[in-house]
Design a protein. Structure first.
Length: 178
């Protein structure tokens, strides 16, 4: 199973994350981060669509197996965007659900009402664990991008620091020994 989450900082540094669980455990070698491009920066649904499209296209191109289940962090709107992206990749039979945080409701395509699993259900616990891991992974990447942008902006304010020196300074972690 894979789980997808979108993270943004006030409409900037929007990123997507995808975590892969196999046998109920994270498979970190299959984790993916996505820098969201274009109009999707401001639109959560478009960002979900972009991540699902990019993930599925690459899996198919590389001949890698698809997940048995795709979980989207969000509600009906995010689910609809993911289903539309899968349809665009000719993978409309791929099982996709979404998990809404507020009431821990599971939304299924073409079902008007959400599925409400028992709070103690092992199935719900696994979905929550995957969702929380996708969220952790997305937020970490978003913070990293924001930090890089902020440091770069501060360096530009220093007189005499241009693009070349800024690149040199931000890539050095420690001075080299003489």
């Amino acid at each position: 199973m894979v789980c997808i989450d979108i993270s943004t900082n006030q409409g900037r540094d929007t990123v997507g994350s995808l975590v892969w669980f196999e046998g109920g455990r994270p498979r970190k070698a299959e984790y993916r981060r996505y820098k969201i491009k274009g109009v999707a920066q401001q639109d959560d649904y478009a960002a979900v669509h972009e991540v699902v499209t990019r993930f599925l296209r690459r899996r198919v191109e590389e001949g890698k197996p698809l997940p048995d289940l795709m979980v989207i962090d969000g509600g009906k709107g995010q689910l609809g965007a993911a289903v539309d992206a899968a349809r665009g990749a000719q993978l409309e039979r791929l099982p996709i659900v979404s998990l809404a945080k507020r009431d821990e409701e599971v939304f299924l395509p073409n079902q008007p009402d959400p599925l409400r699993l028992s709070r103690r259900s092992p199935s719900l616990k696994l979905l929550q664990r995957a969702r929380d891991e996708a969220h952790r992974f997305a937020v970490g990447y978003s913070r990293k991008r924001r930090s890089a942008r902020t440091i770069t902006s501060e360096l530009l304010r220093i007189p005499g620091v241009g693009p070349s020196r800024r690149r040199h300074c931000s890539s050095d972690s420690a001075p080299s020994p003489a």
